[in-house]
Write a protein that binds this ligand. Structure first.
Ligand code: GLN
Length: 478
């Protein structure tokens, strides 16, 4: 197995045993990037010089006999909507093409404690709006398992980088599935933590009540390690949770006896790929064999979660994106007066999907429509939350597909936004409810495309998700 195919925890062991150096490992990853990147397109910006500098610092620590943290010296990719001080953060948008943040997002400050080797900023759908990374303002990312297919989105660059050995782990963001769905399409592990578990300070806002940063990793163990580093209260984010952060690696225990798993009947929807359904049902059987109990449950408002999400998310997006006016920062396209300048800037620099969302959002928020659309959506959101609260009276976790299909062909959905939105049916409900979810690989289609299942947990109960996912992974990889 090549070095860049290994997990972070395996590489850590090799680093401390001095079998490899971080510089060697980093160079190996960049070699892969040189070979693949023109076909995969996982990155917007590469930061080789800085990466090698960090790697060297870690190597020096090791040679001095200092203890290094588990993710120290391990190459990682950071989604390009997470602010990195002194490094371009574009959100894959032409409007932020040359934006260099003067500060780090809190997750980056937290990561700095481990001397991260940041390989680069990964590609995404512009402002995280999309499910295929085809909406990037720069280039499309390809799925390393099949270059004609999408890697999923919007964190498609992060997932493709980890799956293709162009990074060992990555950070993504998930507003309606953007960590879990690309993880599922690329055959890696992706977790959306509970809303508030990870600070959003320095994450460029898409829909503030839904956005959450989380790990994309090669396995569940790495996921627990990354989560340990990035979680925790932050006074810079008033929505961050004050709850104690457990040590998630303590949940890396292979045991699901007494675990009650709910299978929501509404998630096994019509139109769902039969290979996906079979793989997820087989995963359920494995859990049962390992001692868990299965129970069919109902989340009755699942069918309205897409329409609810696609009102709330664009409404928040339209508001958040008002700041790109050609004045304070970001690109400017001149005009005959200030209004003309703003019009030109926004018309030229935002992509089609972003404009569509701004229009939907402003429509839903405008006088006369606010009550009928936005307010109604907020009420339905409460009903969706209640569905989960009721379900969790009977079960500990919920098992469902991550997405209704495996990775589809590039170009297959892009001209039909509604069809693409409907793909989010399994992922958006838990963002609306603020709950954590993890996507774990559970097989392949006959075309050799990865399939993932999703485990949904109670608020702040990522630990149970990690334990269940770890137990499954151990059995699956046997
Ligand atoms: N596909 C969803 C959307 O387009 C989710 C995006 C995300 O989670 N950032 O909004």
């Amino acid at each position: 197995m090549k070095l860049n195919e290994k997990s972070a925890h395996e590489l850590h062991e090799m680093l401390i045993a001095k079998k490899i150096s971080s510089v060697e490992l980093t160079e190996e990853v960049f070699k892969e990037i040189d070979e693949k990147e023109n076909k995969v397109g996982a990155y917007v910006t590469l930061t080789k010089e800085e990466a090698l500098k960090s790697a060297k610092i870690v190597d020096e620590k090791i040679s001095r006999g200092e203890e290094i943290k588990i993710l120290s010296g391990i190459p990682c990719a950071i989604k390009d909507n997470i602010c990195t001080k002194g490094i371009k953060t574009t959100c894959a948008s032409k409007i932020l093409e040359n934006f260099i943040p003067p500060y780090d997002a809190t997750v980056m400050t937290k990561l700095s404690a481990i001397n991260p080797v940041v390989v680069g900023k990964s590609n995404m759908d512009e402002f995280a709006m999309g499910g295929s990374t085809e909406n990037s303002g720069f280039h499309v990312t390809h799925n390393p398992h099949d270059l004609e297919r999408v890697p999923g989105g919007s964190s498609g660059g992060s997932a493709a980088a980890v799956a293709g050995g162009e990074a060992i782990f990555a950070l993504g963001s998930d507003t309606g599935g953007s960590i879990r769905q690309p993880a599922s399409f690329c055959g890696v592990v992706g977790m959306k933590p509970t809303y508030g578990r990870v600070s959003r300070y320095g994450l460029v806002a898409y829909a503030s009540s839904l956005d959450q940063i989380g790990p994309i990793t090669k396995d569940v163990t790495d996921c627990a390690h990354v989560l340990n580093i990035i979680s925790g209260h932050d006074e810079m984010d008033s929505t961050s949770s004050p709850a104690e952060v457990p040590d998630f690696t303590k949940s890396l225990i292979a045991d699901v006896k007494n675990l009650k798993i709910g299978l929501p009947k509404e998630y096994f929807v019509e139109g769902m790929d039969s290979e996906v359904e079979t793989a997820v049902r087989n995963a359920a059987k494995i859990f049962e064999k390992l001692g868990a109990t299965l129970k069919e449950i109902s989340l009755p408002h699942t069918d309205v979660s897409i329409s609810t999400y696609y009102l709330i998310a664009p409404a928040e997006a339209a508001t958040n994106l008002e700041r790109y006016d050609g004045v304070s920062y970001g690109a400017r396209v001149d005009g005959i007066d200030v209004v003309d300048m703003m019009k030109n800037t926004r018309s030229e620099k935002f992509g089609e999907e972003v404009k569509r969302r701004i229009m939907i959002g402003n429509y839903a928020l405008s006088a006369g429509y606010y009550d009928a659309y936005y307010l109604k959506a907020l009420k339905v959101r409460t009903l969706i939350q209640k569905d989960f609260t009721d379900a969790f009276k009977d079960v500990d976790v919920i098992l469902a597909p991550t997405a209704p299909t495996a990775a589809y062909k590039i170009g297959e959905m892009i001209s039909d936004p509604l069809k693409m939105y409907l793909q989010d049916i399994c992922t958006v409900p838990l963002n609306l409810a603020g709950l954590p979810g993890i996507s774990v690989p559970c097989g392949k289609t006959k075309n050799n495309l990865p399939i993932g299942f999703q485990l949904i947990g109670k608020a702040l109960d990522e630990s149970t998700l990690i334990q269940a996912a770890f137990t499954y992974e151990k059995e699956f990889l046997k």
